[in-house]
Unconditional design. Sequence first.
Length: 367
Amino acid sequence: MNIIDIKCENVKRILGYLGRHPGITKRALTEATNLSFSTVSNLCNDMKDAGVLKEEKINDYSVGRNPSQLFFMADRFYAICMDVQGTQFFRVAVWDFSPQRLYESRVDIGGIRDAQELLSLMEELCASLAASPEFQKGAFVGIGISIDGIYDQGMKKIVGSSLPLLNGIPLAELLSARLKLPCFVDKASNFCAVSARQLHPDYNNILYLYGASTLDLGVICGGELFRGHRGFTAEIAHLPFGNPEIRCPVCGNYGCIENELSLSGMSRLSSPELTEEGRSMLLQDRGRCLGRLLSVLTSLFVPEAIFIGGSAFSCYDAVLPYAMEVVRQRCDSHLSGGLPIFHDPDSRRVIETGITQAVYASWNPLK
C-alpha cells in the first residue's frame, strides 16, 4: 500500500466515523480512529478546504479556546444509480452519501437499436441531472449500473444480459469515458449483498438470493464480496435443481433452477388460468425448489444470514412454508443454530444503496 492509498484509507476512516457521530471534535476523532492528532487535524483541514467537511465552533463560555465540531457534508456528494434489467425500460436514481434518495425515474428503452444509442441516452440523462438546479450545491462523484447478466471483470464486458445489445461491450469503460466519472457495473445480487452487509454489519457471511428476470446470488464472505476467477461470483441460475423435463431457453439444458424461481417461473402463480388446486400444487413445487436451493447454498457457504429479494419473490410468504420444510429436512442443524432467513420486500432500494456504497468506497475526497 502506497502513501496515497494510506491517506485515502485514513480519510475514509475519519468520514466513516463522522457519518455515524456527527459534531465531534478533532480530539475525540483522534481517540476514536486511533490516528495521530496531527494526521486527523491535517486531513480534516484538507477536507474542509475541499468542501467535504464543515467546522462549527462549540458555544461554551469556559475560559480558553473553544473547540470546533466537525460535520461530514454527505448531502453534497451524489451517486447516479441505474438498474438495467429487462428490455423495455431501466430505472435511474440519485442518492447522496447520507444516504438519501433524491431523485428517481423510469426511462423507456424499448426503441433503442444498439449500444451506442443506449450510451448516448445515458450520457444525456446524466448531463441533464448534473444541470438540474436541485444538484447545484454539490457534485456527482460516480455512477453505478446493475445488470441481470454477468460482468466479466477480466474482459471488462457483460455476458448473458437479457438486454442483448449490452452483451460483449465494455459498458463501464465507455460510459466513464463519456461522463468523466468512475463507473461501476455489476449484477444486481452483488449490489444487494453489499447493501445487506452495510445494513447488518454484525453479519460477516451473507447470502443474498435475488430473483427477477434471472436468478442470481450475491455472497459476502468474511465481510467482503466473494469473487472468483475474472471477478465472477457464484452463478446459480443453471444448477440442475428444477424440473428435469423443462428445457432452459438460455442454455438449452434441462432442469435449470432459474426456470422455476426467476420471474417467468414464479409469475405463473398469478395466472388466471390456474385452478385453486393447481395454484396450491404450483406453490408447493416452487417452495420445494426454493428449499432445495437454500439447503445446498447453506451447506456450501455456511452463512450467518440469508436474504431473499427481487420481484420474483413477491409471493414469498406463500412459498416459505414449503421451502422451510425442505430446509429443515436437509440442514436443520443450521436452522437450530440460529440461521435467520429474511425477505427483502424493497430490493430496488437495496440495489441503489449498494451502488451508492460502491461509488463511495472508490471515492477519494481529496483527489
